[in-house]
Design a protein around this ligand. Structure first.
Ligand code: 4AD
Ligand code: MG
Length: 458
């Protein structure tokens, strides 16, 4: 169906003015008056609706009658003329209804709450908010790929079905083809009958595979879905989220922090440059001051504090936190947000966490208590990046696994990378959907995902 994208018309109307254009879209609003009717359509390519003007003296009612219903899909033809409203509009000459739409269409009103829209994920893409969300999501994805491509990283595709649990501690979804009523004497016997002949699950992180790929390719990144069966029913947790995980050889913790900061700033700049209308929309409707916040972010040096200093600072803050702060305990979102929002007022790297609250693969610091790991915290959200230098020493790695009661059985290949030419290397994981929240001001992760998966919601 030959037609012009509404985006192309609005971005540069000059060549179309005075010409006949063919456009397609869904009716967003329609107004009728004595001699004239207005039908606004949107085709998903641009936030602004294109207005079709119906001269009732020239067009028979039968032509446009059905298109007066919100939600109807149409193909329209007419002459593009300059207009005070949005710069241009179409004087309708011909209209074809592609699909009619009844009065039970749920998007009749102009504004709906995000909560209501969450109940109709299949239709909410027909609202300005979600058009903007998905325009930015698309641009952000390209920004990620462009950044790594430009800096010589190989994009690798790690498996989604895996036998090892990277982050540890039972958050994995199981993958099985066993019948629902399969009986077995033991867990082992049960999985022996299963598709892979052993227990399998959906990946919680591509890091371990990423490390193995990097230990030959030098610099890699993965960008794919990640699954966590944690029962965290918060606005920042999804059971299925998109995860960006670079892994870099010959790179220590300071190098990777520098990369992470440069990367975050670069992808923010990219989206601000390429989605100006959407970002202005979010600034107006989602988070007042969003553009200033992001400009400040790309222009500032991210702050840095050690975990030990952070604990001291939080304990001396005089704040009444719900969770007490003690050296050795994980920082909670309230602590993270207090530090980035009230103390540092910009993104903050917290470095050198206690080994006990972090994963086995992190490089052990000489103090014997902490690891070369950092979380990047941002105002409004808390943690968006988990990052570390990896333990490159086989002996130390084995010791860390033993301490955690991990069997080496599933990790022999991973351990080979330390046996055969081990090198200092580091990497991080950025939650793509959390980055989307930071970029758009959207406060609930459910509103940056097409069909969000969360506890009890499929
Ligand atoms: O901190 P995490 O668990 O780190 C890892 O998985 C490392 N293996 C990454 C690496 O070094 N390659 O997760 C990394 C990031 C978090 O900072 C957060 O932004 C996001 O992934 N994340 C989630 N996002 C949405 N929903 C969830 N349930 C998430 N869990 C983690
Ligand atoms: Mg983490």
């Amino acid at each position: 169906m030959k037609h012009t994208d509404i985006r192309d018309i609005f971005r540069d109307p000059a060549p179309f003015l005075g010409q006949t254009v063919t456009v397609c879209g869904w009716v967003r609003t329609a107004r009728d008056s004595k001699n004239i009717a207005f039908i606004e359509i949107n085709d998903g390519t641009f936030l602004t609706n294109l207005q079709l003007v119906v001269d009732k003296e020239k067009l028979d009612e039968s032509v446009y009658k059905d298109a007066m219903a919100v939600g109807t899909s149409v193909k329209a033809e007419g002459v593009l003329v300059a207009s005070e409203r949005n710069g241009c509009e179409v004087e309708l000459t011909k209209l074809t209804v592609l699909g009619t739409c009844g009065a039970d269409y749920p998007l009749q009103k102009k504004r709906h709450s995000l909560e209501f829209l969450r109940t109709i994920p299949h239709l909410r893409v027909r609202t300005r908010t979600f058009e903007a969300v998905f325009a930015v999501r698309d641009q952000l994805s390209h920004a990620v790929h462009n950044y790594f491509h430009k800096h010589g990283y190989r994009y690798v595709h790690a498996p989604i079905i895996t036998g090892s649990d990277c982050e540890g501690a039972g958050e994995m979804f199981r993958v099985t083809t066993q019948p629902w009523n399969a009986a077995a004497e033991s867990e082992e016997a049960y999985y022996a009958e299963d598709f892979f002949g052993k227990k399998a699950g959906l990946t919680v992180s591509a890091q371990l595979e990423g490390e193995m790929a990097a230990m030959g390719l030098g610099r890699i990144y993965t960008f794919g879905p990640t699954f966590r069966a944690e029962h965290s029913n918060t606005t920042r947790h999804a059971a299925e989220f998109w995860h960006i995980e670079p892994e870099v050889c010959f790179c220590d913790i300071d190098d990777i922090i520098e990369i992470a900061e440069d990367f975050i700033k670069s992808i923010i700049r990219d989206v601000m440059e390429n989605c100006p209308e959407e970002m202005a929309f979010f600034d107006q409707w989602m988070e007042k001051g969003l553009l200033d916040k992001l400009t400040h972010t790309v222009e500032s040096d991210f702050a840095r504090v050690t975990y030990t200093e952070a604990v001291k600072l939080l304990r001396e803050s005089g704040q009444d936190f719900k969770f007490p702060v003690e050296w050795g305990a994980d920082l909670q979102t309230e602590h993270e947000r207090y530090m980035t929002e009230e103390v540092f007022k910009r993104p903050l790297f917290v470095v050198d966490y206690p080994a006990e609250i972090k994963s086995f693969y992190m490089k052990q610091n000489p103090d014997g208590k902490t690891v070369a790991a950092t979380d990047l915290l941002v105002p409004g959200i808390g943690e968006i990046i988990g990052c570390s230098e990896r333990e490159a020493d086989l002996g130390k790695l084995l010791e860390a696994m033993k301490k955690r009661g991990m069997s080496t059985e599933f990790y022999e290949e991973y351990l080979d990378t330390r046996r055969f030419g081990s090198v200092p290397h580091s990497g991080f994981g950025l939650g793509f959907d959390r980055m989307m929240m930071y970029l758009t001001g959207v406060q609930n992760i459910r509103d940056v995902l097409l069909f969000p998966r969360t506890v009890g919601n499929l």
